[in-house]
Ligand binder design. Structure first.
Ligand SMILES: O=C(O)[C@@H](CO)OP(=O)(O)O
Ligand SMILES: [Mg+2]
Length: 410
C-alpha cells in the first residue's frame, strides 16, 4: 500500500500580496509544486481562524467541531501526562508580569517571558512549592518547549472555567471564573486562582528569575493558564483508517494530537520545536519512518513563531532553510509515497496571530493531474487543480488517491 508523508509548515501562510512564502528563495518547494497538483485550503472552513490543535485534527481526518475538548488535554498528552476521568488540563505559558499587589493586580508585559528556553528549575520549584492538599486536589505540571507547559488538576473537577491568560500584553492577569452555575466549576476556579497566585510568589523570587532580572531579561514570573479541557475520547487513527500513524515534531501540542489518536511520537535528537531545530534530522527521521508507518506527519514549528513575533525576514529566512532541508523529498518514489506539503493556518506578520487566510497545498503522487502552478505560495496555489478545500477534504482526497477511501453508496 502506498504511504503518506504530510509536511506541515506551521503558520506558514500570510496576508497581502508580498508574503514570506512568496518572497523566499525556495527552489525545492517550487519543484514540488511543479511536479504536483496544487490548491488552497481553509483548514477548518472559510473564515474560521484555526488553532493548531483543531487544524491538525482536521488534517488527520477528524471533525474538530465534534471531537475537540479544549487545548489543555492535548498539550498535557504532548508533554507526557496521562489524563484520567475527572482531571482538568490547561496549557500553560511562562509569562512576565509587572506591578504591585496580588498576581491578579499585575500587568502582563510578555506572554512568553522573552521566549525563555530553559524552565526545568522553575517547574521543579513549583512542583515542590505549591501544595493543593487543602483543596483535596493533586496536580501534575510539566514543561513543554520554550515558554510552554501543561498542568493537570486531579480530582472530580470541571472544565467549564475561564482562562487566566489575557492573550494580550498590557492587560491584567485574569482571574479564573466558573462559566456555569455549578459547585464543581466554582471549586475548580478557586483551585486555579490559588495555583496561579502561589506559583507567582515562588517564581518572582526564584534565583533564576533574579538572575534574569540582573541580565535585563524578562522574568518568567507568572503561569498563564488557558484552554481548560477534559480528556477527549477519540477513535484511534489506525482503527478508523487502517494506517499506522507517526509524527516527527518538537511541539507538545502536535505530539499530543498524535498520541491521543493512538499514533507514535518519534524521538528525534535536535528536534526542539523552535527556531534552532535540526531540520535535516527531522527530514531524515521522517523518511526512515516511512519504512515502518503508513502515515507520517512531519511538523515544522518555527514559521509560526516568527509570525507571532511579527518578524517577516525571520519567517522568510526560515522558509529558505526548510527549502534546503526538504531536498531529499524530491527523490522519493512517488508511486510508493503520496507527499503532501501544506500549512495548518496562516500567522500573518502584521496580525501576529492565527488567521483564516487560506494556505497553499501541494500533493505530489504518481497519479495526480499536474497543473500550471510553478511556485509553492499562497499567491499561486489558488490557480491549481485542487482549487479550494478544507483540511478534512484534503485528508479525504489523499485517502482516495492511495485507494483507501470507502465508497459512498453501492
Ligand atoms: O504555542 C504557541 O506557539 C502559540 C500558538 O499556538 O501559543 P502562544 O501564543 O501562547 O505562544
Ligand atoms: Mg499552528
Amino acid at each position: 500500500m502506498p504511504k503518506v508523508l504530510m509536511v506541515i509548515i506551521d503558520g506558514a501562510g500570510d496576508r497581502g500580496n508580498v508574503t514570506p512564502l512568496s518572497s523566499a528563495k525556495k527552489p525545492n518547494l517550487n519543484k514540488l509544486a511543479k511536479m504536483g497538483i496544487n490548491g488552497i485550503m481553509d483548514t477548518i472552513k472559510p473564515g474560521v481562524r484555526p488553532g493548531s490543535d483543531t487544524a491538525h485534527l482536521a488534517l488527520l481526518g477528524y471533525d474538530p467541531f465534534k471531537c475537540y475538548t479544549g487545548r489543555g488535554p492535548i498539550e498535557a498528552a504532548g508533554v507526557g501526562i496521562e489524563l484520567k476521568e475527572g482531571d482538568v488540563a490547561f496549557r500553560v505559558n511562562f509569562g512576565t508580569v509587572e506591578g504591585e499587589g496580588s498576581v491578579f493586580d499585575k500587568i502582563v508585559v510578555d506572554r512568553r517571558a522573552g521566549r525563555i528556553s530553559e524552565t526545568d528549575e522553575l517547574v521543579k520549584a513549583i512542583n515542590e512549592g505549591v501544595d493543593l492538599s487543602e483543596f483535596g486536589v493533586e496536580f501534575v505540571f510539566k514543561r513543554g518547549s520554550g515558554h510552554r507547559g501543561a498542568v493537570v488538576f486531579r480530582d472530580d473537577l470541571s472544565d467549564k472555567v475561564s482562562d487566566v491568560d489575557p492573550k494580550k500584553v498590557g492587560e491584567k492577569v485574569k482571574r479564573c471564573v466558573p462559566l456555569e452555575d455549578d459547585e464543581k466549576a466554582r471549586r475548580t476556579a478557586e483551585v486555579v486562582n490559588y495555583f496561579v497566585q502561589r506559583s507567582h510568589e515562588i517564581l518572582d523570587s526564584h534565583p533564576l528569575n533574579l538572575e534574569r532580572e540582573k541580565k535585563g531579561l524578562p522574568k518568567a514570573n507568572v503561569l498563564l493558564l488557558r484552554g481548560a479541557g477534559k480528556v477527549p475520547h477519540l477513535p484511534k487513527f489506525e482503527d478508523r483508517y487502517g494506517m499506522k500513524l507517526a509524527c516527527v515534531s518538537g511541539t507538545a501540542l502536535i505530539k499530543g494530537v498524535v498520541r491521543l489518536l493512538g499514533g507514535e511520537v518519534l524521538d528525534v535528537k535536535g528536534a526542539t520545536g523552535g527556531k534552532d531545530t535540526d531540520l535535516n534530522a527531522k527530514v531524515e527521521a521522517s523518511l526512515k519512518a516511512l519504512e515502518r508507518y503508513d502515515f507520517v506527519l512531519l511538523h515544522i514549528k518555527a514559521t509560526d513563531e516568527y509570525g507571532h513575533d511579527g518578524d517577516f525576514e525571520g519567517k522568510k529566512a526560515f522558509i529558505e532553510k526548510i527549502d534546503e532541508a526538504i531536498e531529499p523529498l524530491l527523490s522519493l518514489d512517488f508511486s510508493e509515497v503520496c507527499l503532501v506539503v501544506t500549512a495548518d493556518h496562516s500567522t500573518p506578520i502584521n496580525v501576529r496571530d492565527h488567521t483564516a487566510d487560506p494556505v497553499p497545498v501541494t500533493i505530489v503522487y504518481r497519479d495526480v493531474r499536474t497543473d500550471d502552478v510553478e511556485e509553492f505560495s499562497e499567491l499561486k496555489a489558488y490557480k491549481g487543480g485542487l482549487h479550494r478545500m478544507t483540511g478534512n477534504d484534503l485528508f479525504n482526497i489523499v485517502l482516495d488517491l492511495i485507494n483507501k477511501a470507502k465508497k459512498f453508496g453501492a
